[in-house]
Design a protein around this ligand. Structure first.
Ligand SMILES: Cc1cc2nc3c(=O)[nH]c(=O)nc-3n(C[C@H](O)[C@H](O)[C@H](O)COP(=O)(O)O)c2cc1C
Length: 221
């Protein structure tokens, strides 16, 4: 598949299975290798500023502004079990259904510049904006690479996964900010599994709806 073909054919597919009867995890080591390759490709995205050194965890020391934390299929089912226990993480049905169907969940975060305030919020400065942009580019690389390998993906904001308690449960450092919870779904599944395409997928217009040519005045000396 060429780059253009994967851009044109990429589309969201969400799968939902019964949380009380999740799909069996069939993908093993080979799929883990595929995910590592997808993340390597994600990491080819451009970035302008290095992540702030004091924000890097001892484990993940990369200069890049992004981090990818991955749950394989087994871990998705264990996470599902924890969410089903309600306390301390009451989760809506949707996420449980998707965790019951997913082959993997990739949590893409970015590292904000150090803030004086001890909260998860970040200053809306240029560096942080560019960290977010770079991480968005990395996530899109990952999804396009998944498309070209026939892997179904869905980029979600994360919903309940964004909650500090849930991130803590998953061992994600609390200053990292979740930008994308990317579900990877199987391409073969029983009929009982509910499928859904992405919201707004049919709202795309023509390029002319969101581009114009700037005509610079010729009388400017
Ligand atoms: C940053 C980001 C966050 C998103 N979060 C959600 C989400 O939480 N829920 C959702 O239904 N769609 C979400 N979407 C949109 C879907 O991933 C999808 O792209 C959209 O529904 C359009 O469908 P398509 O990918 O088939 O074009 C998000 C997209 C982006 C870029």
């Amino acid at each position: 598949m060429t780059t253009e073909e994967s851009i044109r054919s990429r589309k969201t597919l969400k799968l939902r299975a019964n949380p009380d009867n999740p799909l069996p995890v069939t993908k093993g080591k080979d799929f883990k290798k595929t995910i590592e390759e997808l993340i390597e490709l994600a990491g080819k995205a451009p970035f302008h500023y290095e992540s702030a050194k004091g924000q890097r965890s001892y484990k993940l020391i990369g200069n890049e502004p992004w981090r990818f934390h991955v749950l394989d299929g087994e871990s998705c089912r264990i996470f599902l079990k924890a969410l089903k226990q309600e306390k301390p993480m009451k989760a809506p049905e949707g996420i449980k259904q998707m965790l019951a169907a997913s082959d993997a969940l990739i949590l893409a975060t970015w590292l904000p510049e150090r803030s004086r305030k001890l909260s998860r919020k970040f200053h809306p400065n240029l560096k942080n904006m560019e960290h977010i942009a770079a991480t968005g580019a990395a996530i899109q690389n990952l999804i396009l690479a998944a498309t070209s390998r026939g892997v179904n993906a869905y980029w979600s904001s994360g919903g309940i996964i964004r909650k500090p308690k849930v991130l803590e449960f998953l061992g994600i450092p609390n200053h990292e900010i979740l930008l994308g919870a990317v579900f990877l779904f199987p391409d073969e599944f029983p009929e009982s599994v509910d499928t859904q395409s992405g919201m707004n997928a049919d709202k795309r217009g023509e390029a002319g709806d969101f581009m114009d040519w700037i005509e610079v005045g010729e009388n400017i000396q």
